[in-house]
Design a protein around this ligand. Structure first.
Ligand code: ZN
Length: 200
């Protein structure tokens, strides 16, 4: 059983979808289609800052926020990676190089602290680099260490572009969210059944 088994806690935060199950998938999901129009939730610097806050990405006061153009390029690479991984196909070398470049200066540091009698040893992740791209690349690298490609899916609603990693026990999640796409399908099925019943 993969170590990453935990309850799905997908949600919207300030209207932005965080339902992918992993930070890097939520990052790929930042171009939702709303009323038929593709939105870019990280298209400007203030938007990047807002998304990063909702994504709980730690921001150093002194660190400059990522330029949207760089994030757009990373997002395109990771969107492609999602489909490669889901199909058990090898990742492009360019993506591997991008991710390696982004996480090269980051690492887990040990930190000692003294309590009442015992000494504590804690691990702390220290990300060095553009805050959003580095956090996303780190999350992606950790994901690669332990994942099941059969759990990577696009939402079943053909009009929806959301994708996710199904962390459910039965691996039967079909929708990005019940509220957005699941219920819509139920309503459509209900109408269809009613129409069929009428015409019979
Ligand atoms: Zn959906």
């Amino acid at each position: 059983m993969p170590k990453m088994q935990h309850q799905f806690v997908g949600e919207f935060r300030e209207g932005m979808p965080f339902l992918g199950g992993f930070l890097w998938i939520d990052f790929v999901n930042t171009t939702p289609v709303i009323n038929g129009v593709v939105q870019d939730l990280i298209g400007t610097k203030p938007a990047v800052e807002q998304w990063a806050r909702q994504a709980n990405i730690a921001m150093d006061e002194s660190a400059a926020i990522d330029p949207p153009s760089a994030l757009n390029a990373l997002r395109e690479q990771l969107a492609e990676a999602f489909d490669c991984l889901a199909a058990s196909e090898p990742l492009p070398d360019t993506l591997i190089a991008t991710v390696n470049g982004l996480i090269a200066s980051s690492g887990i540091r040990l930190y000692l602290s003294t309590g009442d009698s015992a000494i504590r040893v804690d691990e702390r992740l220290q990300l060095v680099g553009p805050p959003v791209a580095t956090a996303v690349a780190w999350d992606f690298a950790r994901f690669l260490a332990d994942f099941d490609h059969r759990r990577m899916r696009h939402c079943d609603n053909p009009a929806c572009v959301m994708q996710f990693y199904d962390v459910g026990k039965n691996n039967r999640r079909r929708w990005c969210t019940m509220s957005l796409c699941g219920n819509r399908d139920k309503v459509a099925q209900y109408r269809e059944r009613k129409a069929t019943a009428r015409s019979a």
